[in-house]
Design a protein. Structure first.
Length: 143
């Protein structure tokens, strides 16, 4: 773990991502590294085309998901006894995580092996697979 100065972890609020946050915090704590917990807000284009019988406030739904993901991540961090920087970015989850990690000079990128839902995996493909294949730094995929 020597040489780790910056760790980025993706957080969508799923159980897998919360496990990733917790492990990333444990690694960051042991290495004395800074930790960024990144939530990527993304709404697949096909979602917009769905027919709704009653209007919904998509921004409110996305904000609620982000708040829940942040709350769960903060609980995981508290269990480890480590603090992190929280970042929210709009974009495609895998591409945005990879770009953020590169821009911030991350030494390690941590993601959960599964995301928030089967529909999102179907529409977007596996976020963790895409991150592994495109990241400039080592990637830890947490099951």
């Amino acid at each position: 773990m020597q040489g780790l100065q910056k760790i980025v972890v993706g957080n969508d609020g799923s159980d897998y991502s919360i496990d990733a946050v917790k492990l990333a915090a444990e690694i960051a704590k042991a290495a004395g590294a800074k930790l960024d917990v990144v939530h990527v807000s993304h709404l697949p284009a096909t979602f917009y085309a769905a027919a709704f019988e009653t209007p919904i406030d998509l921004q409110a739904q996305m904000d609620s998901l982000r708040q829940e993901a942040e709350h769960r991540a903060k609980e995981a961090l508290a269990a480890v006894g480590y603090d992190a920087n929280f970042v929210v970015i709009d974009g495609h989850p895998a591409d945005t995580l990879v770009e953020y990690a590169e821009r911030e000079g991350a030494d390690l990128l941590v993601v959960g092996s599964r995301g928030a839902g089967a529909i999102e995996r179907f529409l977007l493909g596996s976020i963790s697979d895409r991150v592994v294949h495109h990241a400039h730094c080592p990637v830890l995929v947490v099951r």
